[in-house]
Design a protein around this ligand. Structure first.
Ligand code: PHE
Length: 344
């Protein structure tokens, strides 16, 4: 009787070793039979108590071998199957298939032009100054020599904050000039890029928001000729090496004398003809010598220092550059429109 059960266990061991599991289902059957909760090995352990004391230990060891054999068999077959599955999976990967395209973003046309202008001026020593878009009346107008009865202060032209007569959306980045002059001593050489707001009727040509870059240079002996030379450099970097400029007398409350700068595009091609309305000259920016009163308002002695300032509208340049016919497109952020402008 005792020998029978020893034989039975040995047979089971041999049976396990010889068995073959060729698919997942067969392996699962194997697991249930030998390792599952109701496996056939478990009841054999209960037999230990029926074995004569002399052979109890031997039988116990044999059962452990049986159990281990089943476990090892299961693990090695499972491993083998996993590896095969992995191999088959990788073999079915097509390595020549193109990768999913990564959508790269694109810069906004306004940013492209603005960055280019910033770069041009930073090459000749201008640094970028930025400040708030919600300004007070003083920095936007008073410091800039724009008197209280100036039409620009009218509600028609300026967005004031609700219930406020002094908080407004800046109408130009000249407010950054004021803040910089208040905070730093000359020499000052800054450009102030940023968004500005004016209460204008929205049309294809004008919008209630747009972007500017204003420049300010204050030091001893800064002259109108210095300004002209700087702006000529800018025009040639921006519009081409041979570009000519002209300065026309103009008026701004904060500069004296004031001028507007045109660049010569010519009329040779249809596009330049259209942009310049047949004259060949395109208006690009406003500029002038900082009014002594502005320097004084901002704590700089006008007897020691002089300066020049200029202001460039960015949308207009972006529209020219990219042939955009309607300024509203710039602010709609329609992905079909803005994704066309890929920059380096
Ligand atoms: N601030 C002026 C504007 O918004 C532009 C300008 C700046 C003109 C500096 C002259 C000097 O129109």
């Amino acid at each position: 009787m005792a020998q029978d059960i020893f034989n039975k266990v040995n047979e089971l061991i041999e049976e396990i070793k010889a068995s073959k599991q060729e698919n997942l289902e067969a392996l699962e059957q194997f697991r249930i039979k030998y390792l599952g909760t109701k496996n056939i090995i478990k009841p054999l352990f209960a037999e230990i108590r029926n074995i004569h004391n002399d052979r109890k230990k031997e039988f116990g060891q044999l059962l452990n071998i049986l159990k281990e054999t089943a476990e090892n068999k299961f693990n090695s077959i499972k491993n083998e199957m996993d590896n095969t599955a992995l191999y088959e999976k990788s073999a079915s990967i097509d390595h020549t298939r193109p990768a999913f395209p990564i959508e790269s973003g694109s810069r906004h046309p306004v940013s492209i032009v603005m960055n280019e202008m910033i770069e041009i001026f930073s090459r000749i020593g201008f640094t970028v100054a930025e400040d708030r878009e919600i300004e007070d009346d003083w920095h936007n107008f008073t410091a800039m020599n724009t008197p209280a009865d100036h039409p620009a202060r009218d509600m028609q032209d300026t967005f004031y904050l609700k219930n406020s007569v002094s908080q407004l959306l800046r109408t130009h980045t000249s407010s950054v000039q004021a803040r910089t002059m208040m905070e730093t001593k000359p020499p000052i050489r800054i450009i102030a890029p940023g968004r500005v707001y004016r209460n204008e009727t929205i049309s294809a040509r004008s919008h209630c928001q747009f972007h500017q870059i204003e420049g300010l240079y204050v030091d001893k002996n800064v002259s109108f000729a210095d300004m002209k030379q700087t702006l000529l450099y800018f025009a040639r970097e921006m519009y081409g090496k041979e570009t000519d400029i002209r300065l026309r007398p103009s008026y701004f409350p904060f500069t004296e004398p004031s001028a507007e700068m045109d660049v010569f595009l010519g009329t040779a091609d249809e596009r330049s003809k259209r942009l310049t309305k047949g004259t060949g000259w395109l208006e690009v920016l406003g500029c002038g010598m900082v009014d002594p009163q502005v320097l004084e308002n901002c704590g700089i002695d006008p007897l020691i220092y002089t300066g020049y300032a200029f202001g460039i509208g960015i949308e207009r340049s972006a529209m020219q550059r990219f042939n955009i016919s309607d300024i509203r497109m710039i602010f709609e952020n329609d992905i079909r429109f803005i994704s066309q402008f890929k920059s380096a």
